[in-house]
Design a protein around this ligand. Structure first.
Ligand code: ASP
Ligand code: MG
Length: 262
């Protein structure tokens, strides 16, 4: 069975039009893969807006309540995407992180993924439905809702790919891939076509713009999982999407490795 995990960031799910465009991109990938899981971030600035709201109510909000609040952002985008997919005739169903079996430690706002038990997703995935998962969130063994830290949806995508034995994760970003320098500062900056996990990690650690959540690269490296970064805008044009491939030639680990509790 061929399995692909796709991840769409906040900038690519910022509007109704974009949900419809993403549905088209997913439809194209559905022709090449038997099993498709899609992870989404919250729409645009939703997470920042929710955090602002929390701090207006209480200058030092309890972290548990922050997690209850901000996880709503991803829940909005995963349900809307499932609706957009159904509209174009693709069977789809959305799940929260907790429903998807993303088990984390209990450190609210910065939880680590310790295990993934996707048994609620499997019957739908195996029936050929597009399963859409809310990124950035999980559940502790005590049943509390947790989040994985800012930008954590990338790590959700990798954790699910590891659990499902996916071929790779495709990340749709607002930039075409990883550059030697920030392309917004230097438009001539070189785009890397292929990197090892270690090279990608060093680049992400050395820059203040986290093009990928660092922990997602660490987890992919441990599991020999290739990652493909490409631009959401370029993906709309089939002939244009190249991007950056990370760890393209690695052997997959036979056993899943998630994160260490900090
Ligand atoms: N929405 C969350 C954030 O803005 C998670 C993510 O985007 O990956 O940090
Ligand atoms: Mg976000």
């Amino acid at each position: 069975m061929t399995t692909l995990v796709m991840k769409f960031g906040g900038a690519s799910v910022a509007s109704v039009t974009q949900f419809m465009q993403i549905a088209q991109i997913i439809g194209e990938r559905a022709e090449d893969f038997e099993r498709l899981v899609v992870v989404v971030s919250a729409m645009g600035d939703t997470t920042d807006d929710l955090l602002k709201l929390a701090h207006q109510v209480n200058a030092s909000p309890p972290k548990r309540e922050l997690d209850m609040l901000v996880t709503v952002g991803e829940r909005i985008s995963c349900s809307l995407l499932a609706m957009a997919l159904e509209k174009i005739g693709l069977a789809a169903i959305s799940f929260t992180g907790s429903q998807s079996g993303i088990i984390t430690c209990d450190k609210h706002t910065e939880a680590r993924v310790i295990e993934v038990k996707p048994h609620r997703l499997l019957p739908h995935i195996n029936k050929g439905k597009v399963v859409v998962v809310a990124g950035f969130q999980g559940v502790s063994r005590q049943g509390e809702i947790t989040t994985l830290g800012r930008g954590g949806s990338d790590t959700t995508a990798v954790a699910l790919a590891v659990a499902l034995g996916a071929e790779r994760v495709d990340f749709f970003k607002d930039v075409p891939g990883i550059y030697a320098e920030d392309p917004k500062v230097n438009p001539e900056a070189q785009l890397y076509q292929a990197l090892t996990h270690q090279e990608a990690l060093d680049l992400v650690r050395g820059s203040n713009h986290q093009v990928l959540h660092e922990r997602s690269i660490v987890m992919a490296q441990k599991n020999g999982l290739p990652l493909h970064l490409l631009s959401f805008k370029e993906a709309l044009d089939k002939n244009k999407s190249s991007g950056t491939i990370i760890g393209g030639s690695l052997k997959k680990s036979p056993e899943p490795f998630y994160e260490e509790i900090q």
